[in-house]
Design a protein around this ligand. Sequence first.
Ligand code: F6P
Length: 327
Amino acid sequence: MRTLRRVGILTSGGDCPGLNAAIRAFVKLALRKGVEVWGFRNGWEGVVEKNYRRLTARDVSGILPLGGTILGTSRYNPLRRKGDVERALSTLENLDALVVIGGNGSIHIAHAFQRMWGKVIFIPKTIDNDIWGTESIGFNTAVEVATHLIDRLHSTAESHRRVFVVQLMGRHTGWITLYAGMAAGADVMVIPEFPIGEEEIARYVLRRKRMGKSFSIVAVAEGVRYAHQREQNVGIYLQRYLARVLDIETRFVEIGYVLRGGTPTAYDRLMAHEMGHLAFVLAEEGRFGCVTAYNGYVERGVPIERMVGRLKTVPPEEYFAALPYFG
Ligand code: F6P
């Protein structure tokens, strides 16, 4: 067990529900153990600019159910600008550990600083759920919110006999689309890992029509791209395509940043709490260069090397288990 004097914490990349729950657990435990905590503003930018404040119990009081991050966040990458690494390292000299709460971009930066400085611990977060080897803070809430929103579209789809193309966040993977789509009973799920063709989507809609169901919900992840797509949004492209080839009224809906806002589910709160708690324990034990990976339970710290540069995609067995329920 090492004696920690001062530790730092930051949130980096896109915000999501549950960040504050992780910050709170880490800060509370650190303060209880008499350790000073610096909270860096706006991700790595705060480390480079020495923009931080000493966090107190009051700072983390009442933040558990709050969305966003009390620290602010950004996609700032200090590896990209000359001189930033040196400036960041001169800030880090004052610390005995740094906890980075981030996604797939931030894990690269965390890994680089771990190699240069050696006292980094990483907490995974992203609504996209695409960090390899772990669940991520925010995903459960995003699925919950998306499910409720798709549920609500059903009424209009059915009453007006329309096809709704619903585009959901998911830059490289289709986790939110598949899970929320299944939970809300969407009729087709289109994801980057298994992008079915436009004609096939139309066939599912037509099959439903022949069965007397004159409405459909097609859920598509924003990361899907088609050869003929000119529109920036794949959802708009699909909606126009379906409107052209089918004799059915169609509409497009984008479910984007709303998935990243608001209060976290109990699941995300508890997972974030456990991760924040473990991050401090790992720092105390001197087990740096670890991720607080979670797979139904929080693991005792998995080396960053094992997780960096790999994308967690929807596995074939999960997609093909959903396929019989299309159309
Ligand atoms: O990684 C989470 C995410 O919300 C993705 O689903 C989305 O593609 C991206 O972030 C949007 O990023 P930004 O907040 O920079 O627009």
